[in-house]
Design a protein around this ligand. Structure first.
Ligand code: BGC
Length: 718
């Protein structure tokens, strides 16, 4: 009934709208644009009143959103509410770890919980649409945006996608605490040439469908309300003009009925790409491809009328796009109550528990890369030195998409350690800046602090803005003079625990070889320092696992575990095998790597039935034992290898995962379910096909051939 009323309302509105008002519904602009953007003369409020703007981004706050919404609802001819959008990537006011860090949890329930809490906070600030989750699989740490996504693996990314969509959207999109989710940026953006942001993508259809699209398909299946095409082109067709992708695949094959919102200015950029001569052609191409909302391109606003006049666009296509936008507003409950979100009380509610969640998820995101026994820190330490440019860098802790987070309130490494170690003197010295020269005397001061300390915590890495959009790096190592500083600190001779703050794996093998312990501490969000202190002191036994391969050297990029065998697999004893003569072929740390303070063993792998047919469910059982001294959480990964197939399959493909918490001495048998249908792959025509034959089943903590248990599975035909 409500749905029928909604449809009637939409049709009545469409019938009443002028062409200008329709185009307005397809136009999204950034609030504040009139002060800072390309068209300073535009008065956003006047444009809203005239019905020429249907959605806004970058405005939040209960009062601000209510005031602007009131203009649309009360002062426009038809009273259509605005769609208010914001990039709520990994938290809104409370900032959770960056997505790449959160991926290290291998825990869909946690991913969902943080999205739910972020949605509650953002909705209380009047937001209805988030431009998240970012689902770009990437195997190239040069690309800054690897920080925003779930890492290298399509299966992990698909699980991440579902969890985030569920979390943001909740059970009911119309509820006051729900945000519409945007799966972005479709079109293999993570494969930009040489890791350079916005560059062209030119990959095989197989890679597109096997590696880059699965998380988008999962997001759509989970009900994502919106999808955003990438800035990049795919073999010459920019994603915003890619009808095969957006219409043929997304809408027709996957059944997506939501809204496609362009990336920032991407429709107008079709001209710059060189596929449209002017804004009218750009608008026509994007609309034909299936882009409903033009974010900040003003190509629909300026180009659709001339495109209509030239016969490049018909009213039916415009109406269809407007209908989808109005439908999204309807689903969000905006027509019933445009002020439903945006309650100041709501924003404050739950802040304390969100802080606790942010701390817990942050400590679980930390990956202990190496440890020679210096960690956890001894309880009787009297003096430690916390040095380096990321030691007292509150704003950097939030990472490149800080949302509405307050940088001043983020907990630094120094603050976290001081709070955790009240008996111990925690001496701070920055030593060097993140990315510039030494300020006179700074290094000396820091080295003196190190000499006087029992242990040094060396806080190195990138500033928040060195990762994320437009932050590709040709050499993802330590910027500025950090290496020089770190070498001097190591030379002091005290035990050194190195923390790497970054949005990507940093290639610092020299540091990893020499420091007593190294931790990937990413950008951990509002509670970063507390989370780090929990791990260093042993209050939390580290459990994070790498969601991507950590290269030794930039020359290994792109690097990922799901490689094919090749005809000449890497063999150190064989010159004519697939390797480098100046670097190892394997990563420094494999996908799934992450140490603990306890010792887990895996044994007794059982696969039943060992001969199975289509639609069967195979149970993979493995015994996990905690043989070390403390409680801990182990992650177990299930991989397969299809030994002989009509298309060569990767040596390892992730098919499942499980987590278990065990006390010292405890053991448990885990059962992972492997549906035989999951062994299907895309055949030569890119159609899913299950081929009978022999498979290897592997279970282990990481994609490390040396640490995997192995069993056989035989798949028979119907
Ligand atoms: C980014 C998107 C983001 C948009 C709006 C763009 O530059 O590529 O990921 O959602 O801006 O802020």
């Amino acid at each position: 009934m409500a749905q029928r009323n909604g449809m009637k309302r939409i049709e009545a509105l469409l019938a009443a709208m002028t062409l200008e008002e329709k185009i307005g519904q397809l136009t999204m602009v950034s609030f504040g644009w009139s002060e800072t953007g390309p068209n300073k003369s535009v008065d956003i409020r006047a444009e809203i009143r005239a019905g020429r703007i249907g959605s806004l981004l970058n405005i939040w706050g209960a009062d601000e959103t209510r005031a602007i919404q009131r203009l649309a609802v009360e002062e426009t001819r038809l009273g259509v509410p605005l769609l208010l959008a914001f990039d709520v990537l990994h938290g809104h006011r409370t900032i959770f770890p960056i997505p790449l860090a959160e991926a290290a949890l291998f825990d869909p329930a946690a991913w969902e919980r943080t999205a739910r809490e972020a949605a509650l906070e953002a909705a209380a600030d009047g937001i209805a649409l988030t431009f998240a989750p970012m689902l770009d699989v990437s195997r190239d740490p040069r690309w800054g945006r690897i920080a925003e996504g779930p890492g290298e693996d399509p299966v992990l990314a698909a699980l991440f996608a579902e969890a985030k969509v569920r979390g943001f959207q909740g059970g009911d999109l119309a509820s006051a605490g729900s945000l519409a989710a945007t799966a972005k940026h479709i079109g293999a953006y993570g494969a930009v040439t040489a890791g350079r942001d916005y560059a062209s993508v030119d990959i095989s259809d197989r890679a597109l469908h096997e590696v880059y699209l699965p998380p988008f398909r999962a997001a759509v299946a989970a009900g994502a309300a919106a999808v955003m095409p990438a800035f990049s082109d795919l073999a010459g067709t920019p994603a915003s003009a890619n009808a095969t992708l957006l219409r043929g695949l997304l809408r027709e094959r996957w059944g997506f009925e939501g809204v496609v919102v362009s990336d920032h200015g991407a429709v107008a950029e079709l001209v710059v790409h060189g596929v449209a001569a002017d804004l009218a052609e750009a608008a026509a191409l994007a609309l034909a491809a299936g882009v409903d909302i033009d974010m900040m391109g003003m190509a629909y606003a300026q180009g659709l009328v001339p495109a209509l006049e030239r016969g490049r666009v018909d009213m039916g296509a415009i109406d269809a796009a407007v209908r989808r936008v109005l439908q999204l507003k309807e689903s969000l409950g905006l027509f019933d109550d445009p002020y439903r979100r945006g309650s100041a009380a709501g924003a404050a509610a739950g802040a304390a528990s969100r802080g606790a969640l942010a701390r817990d998820v942050a400590r679980r995101s930390i990956v202990l890369l190496t440890n020679n026994g210096v960690l956890p820190l001894a309880r009787d330490l009297r003096r430690i030195a916390v040095v380096g440019p990321l030691a007292m860098a509150a704003a950097d802790m939030l990472g490149p998409w800080a949302g509405a987070g307050d940088p001043a309130r983020a907990v630094t490494m120094v603050a976290g350690l001081r709070a955790a170690l009240p008996q111990c003197e925690v001496v701070f010295a920055a030593g060097v800046e993140v990315d510039s020269g030494e300020t006179r005397g700074m290094i000396e001061e820091a080295l003196a602090a190190c000499r006087a300390a029992e242990v040094v915590v060396l806080c190195l890495g990138e500033g928040a803005q060195m990762s994320g959009e437009a932050a590709s790096r040709a050499q993802p190592d330590l910027p500025g003079r950090q290496r020089q500083f770190a070498e001097a600190v190591l030379a002091v001779g005290r035990p050194v625990v190195a923390l790497l703050s970054s949005g990507r794996p940093l290639m610092v093998p020299w540091l990893i070889a020499r420091a007593d312990a190294v931790l990937a501490t990413w950008f951990l969000g509002s509670e970063a320092g507390h989370a780090v202190a929990d791990v260093l002191t042993g209050r939390w036994n580290p459990s994070g696992r790498l969601p991507l391969s950590w290269p030794v050297d930039t020359g290994q990029i792109p690097i990922f575990y799901g490689q094919r065998r090749t005809g000449r697999p890497a063999d150190p004893a064989e010159r004519y095998s697939s390797k480098y003569i100046d670097a190892p072929a394997a990563p420094l740390f494999p996908f799934g790597h992450g140490l603990s303070y306890t010792r887990f063993t895996l044994s007794d792998l059982q696969v039943a039935p060992a001969v199975a047919g289509p639609h069967d469910r195979v149970t993979v059982a493995v015994t996990v034992a905690n043989e070390g001294p403390v409680d801990g959480e182990e992650t177990v990964l299930l991989f397969v290898h299809d030994l002989v197939a009509s298309v060569a399959r990767p040596v390892l493909e992730l098919k499942g995962m499980a987590k278990v918490r065990l006390a010292p001495g405890e053991r448990q048998v885990l059962h992972l379910i492997l549906p035989v249908d999951d062994l299907a792959f895309l055949d030569l025509d890119l159609k899913p096909r299950l081929e009978p034959g022999a498979f290897k089943v592997y279970v282990g903590p990481a994609a490390d051939p040396e640490r995997l248990l192995e069993a056989s599975l035989s798949v028979v035909g119907d």
